[in-house]
Design a protein around this ligand. Structure first.
Ligand code: H2B
Length: 91
């Protein structure tokens, strides 16, 4: 099982525009249109399935909220940070 990151490790490795929220990392991506967000969410889903590590995705009008945590480890691991960086490449 992956090791949990300390708060200091999280703060030191969190990509730009991501925030640390308790046992999750979160980012809200903004889009011009609803379907732009839907398309982004589909791309995120494909990356997540390939990695078999799944975020919570909330699609709203003109924004998509992504929350990552490692359920089995009970907190934030390197996998969460790595996926956050990969999701940022989708936009
Ligand atoms: C059995 C377990 O659900 C799987 O190994 C995967 C599925 N997707 C997952 N996604 C996330 N975010 N955390 C996990 O621990 C996780 N585990």
């Amino acid at each position: 099982m992956a090791d949990l990151l300390t708060d200091e490790e999280i703060e030191g490795s969190l990509p730009e525009q991501w925030e640390h929220d308790d046992d999750e990392i979160v980012r809200i991506y903004e889009f011009d249109g609803y379907l732009d967000g839907v398309g982004f969410a589909a791309g995120v889903g494909g990356i997540a399935q390939d990695a078999f590590h799944h975020p919570e995705i909330t699609i709203r009008y003109q924004e998509v909220e992504i929350r990552l945590t490692s359920h089995e480890a009970g907190g934030i691991t390197e996998m969460d940070i790595s996926l956050a960086e990969r999701f940022d490449d989708v936009v």
